[in-house]
Structure formats: C-alpha cells, structure tokens
Design a protein around this ligand. Sequence first.
Ligand code: ATP
Ligand code: MG
Length: 442
Amino acid sequence: MRRSQYFLPTLKENPAEAQIVSHRLMLRAGMIRQESAGIYSWLPLGFRVLQRIEQIVREEQDASGALEVLMPTIQPADLWRKSGRYDDYGAEMLRIKDRHEREMLYGPTNEEMITEMFRAGVKSYRDVPRMMYHIQWKFRDEVRPRFGVMRGREFLMKDNYSFDLDYEGAKQSYNKMFVAYLRTFARMGLKAIPMQADSGPIGGDMSHEFLIVAETGESQIFADRDFLDMDWKDQKVDYQDAEQIGGIVKHFTSRYAATDEKHDPAKCPLSPDRLVEARGIEVGHIFYFGTKYSKPLGCVVSGANGEQIAVEMGSYGIGVSRLTGAIIEASHDDAGIIWPEAVAPFKVGLINLRSGDAKCDAACADIYGKLRQAGIEVLYDDREETAGGKFADMDLIGLPWQLIVGPRGLAAGKVELKERRTGKRDELSAEDALARLGRPAA
Ligand code: ATP
Ligand code: MG
C-alpha cells in the first residue's frame, strides 16, 4: 500500500478526551474514530489489526473443534423472556421496537439464541458434545463507556457455547477452551493469566477470567510471579487427548491467581516476594453454567435409554475489539505502538527519505514491488514529507520493521533496516534486507 493513496489521518498532538495510552495511540495512529459515546468506526489501519486478531481467535477456536456460526445482532425479546433475563438485564440492554411494535433488542450476548438454535437441531445423545461460536458485534449500554475500545458500548466479541451430556463432558469442553485461550493470547504476544472468577449461583470452580497485566487495567490482580516468568511459547496440543488438556489446565490452575473479587489474603499461599500485585485487563472469560438455559428453554436430548436429558452448557467469551487496545497497553513506548508481528497491520514500513529524487524513487519502487511479490505486507511512505515527519509517523503506527531508503545510503549500495521493538538499525544491501524480511518471525 502506498501511503499517498491510503487513508491514515495521524495526529501529532494527544487528543484531550483520551485518558489511557492505548486510546491516545489508537486515535493518533488513525485507527479508529468515535461516532458517539462508546461507538467507533474502524479506519483502514485499525480494521486491519482487528481482522488479524479476529483471525487468530478463529483459528484457535477451529483447532479446538468448535464450529463457527453467525447469529444476528438483533434478537426478539420473547426469547429472553423464556430465560427470565429480559427483565433482569436492566439498562445495559438496548431495547427497540420494529414497525409492528414487536419488542426486539440488540444482543448483549447469545446464550438464549444459541440454546434455542441447538434445541431445534438435535435429538439424541449422539448429537453431543458440540461447541459453536460466532464473532459478532454486541451492544451493552455501559454506565461509563471509556478508554476507547476497551469499554465500548458496541464491541466485537467471540462467544462460544458448549453442549454436553453430563458434567464430565462439560468439564472437558471447558478444559479445551481453557487451553485454546492460552494459545490464542500467546499468539498475540500476551501473557493472559487465568484467574479463578465468580461462578455465581452455579458454584464450583469452572469460571476463569483471563487478564493481562497493565497499569491502566480496571481490575486489581494478585498472582504468582511464576506466571510472568514462565515460558508462554505455545506447544503442540491434541484436543482429543483429555489427559494432556487436563494436565495443561492443572499446570495453570495450581498456581495462585485472583482478582480482588476473589482474592483472600488469609488464603493466599504466596510469600510477599512471590506475590505480584498489579492492575489487569480482562480479555476473556470462560464459564460453566450447567442447565441454567437448557432447562427453561427445553434444550433436551434423549439418552441411550430414551430418557430426556437437559444439556450441560458453558459459555466462553473473548473481547476481540478490546484486545486491540489491550495489546497496545502491553506493547508501546514513548514514540508509539509496537505491534507484535502476528497482529501488525503491515509487517514493513518502507520509508523513502527523498521522494521526488529519481534514484530514491526507483530503488523504493523496486523494493516495494519485490516485497509485494514475496507476499510481505508493506506500507510505503512515498509522500513528499520531511524525513523527521515520516520517522515519527512510522514509529507511531508501530509496524515491526522499517526499511529506510535515502540518497546517501544508496550511493554506497545500502539501505537501513530498523526493528521497531528494539530500535536496532542495520545497514545492508537491499537484497539482504529483503532476505531478512522474508524469514518467518522468530
Ligand atoms: P467486564 O467485567 O469487563 O464488564 P463482562 O464480565 O461483562 O466484562 P463478558 O460478558 O464475560 O464480560 O464478555 C466477554 C468478554 O468481552 C470480556 O472478557 C471482555 O474482554 C469483553 N467485553 C465485555 N464488555 C466489554 C465492553 N463494554 N467493551 C469491550 N469489550 C468488552
Ligand atoms: Mg460487563
């Protein structure tokens, strides 16, 4: 993509309305635009990141055996009356009426709808277990929408739902999702710590929130230092191997981690030097709730002896749009964003230090063409701007690599390759630079 043909309205100044760094940087990097409180448009650069994140989430859901579906954003109120949540949900739910005066709502979540959908399509115990998910916009009329996409009113969520015959089955589905979450967040360069969360009237220990450590997080967390020290590189998993999956879950749940809602200093086994007290951002939540929805909605299957069994369910959410902000909170410096390669909008920023100079233009055009041919995503700053302005913009938008081409280097047959994360610069030939960029990420 040539910058001269892109839509990337970057800002030099910090917008006054943004209180936290990710919100400031998303606005300054031209990623999003607020349309009304807690409701955003995604501009080209921001939308690319959102799609990257969505795709990683999708791939790990698929790998776990979950099936992707797409349910609508608008739901009938009657469905929610069956579960009793229409009245319980309160002011967070956006309620609307269609032209026939039928009561509708903009879905804040989809338990009712998916339970109904599953009920209508299954008959016997042979039809379970199943997991189904979708990645869809939600609306919650939050009391205080704030921090940009971190607490929006309209936001993109991945929500998965599991259907099992009994508690043991439900536990296995839960464990699969637990592991899928570890893998999903690790691929984005995040250490998302699973923490025991409130399981409400259902009780039990099958409710975990996944939080990343960040100063601006809304929750207070207490966790074993091990979580930050351990190696999060993903390992191969076999989702059919219940023992292996259970082992990974145990490895993580055997260490202490709790948010302030659950933390009990009297029960915390950690010595002060092993206890990390910090702020955290919730990026996902997994939750087992048994027959809470299947019973009222009649989602039953017949067992081997013809008996009627209400299916055991769980739900598993990831804040896809919140993750764009959360990743920035975890990965930035004073100059701007530092994208982990897996979610970067482009891998390389090509900077022409003297656009209009025939040699620089020709060398950049050649490199640009070769990068594209090699399938390496590149944003080429071909504008007639000052070098300083181009550097600042490129640092701000945080692409992992910058390839800098100027008249002095070219005279010596060199270009410069800068790694955004470390700031490390190397002078090398264009061929060597291309070869380096062609290698898969370490
Ligand atoms: P919170 O306590 O932050 O309000 P929640 O318990 O309401 O979260 P869930 O219903 O479990 O959240 O939703 C699943 C995920 O969706 C959360 O883990 C979070 O990452 C994301 N999420 C929830 N509310 C919002 C919001 N208002 N804006 C952006 N993402 C959100
Ligand atoms: Mg909430």
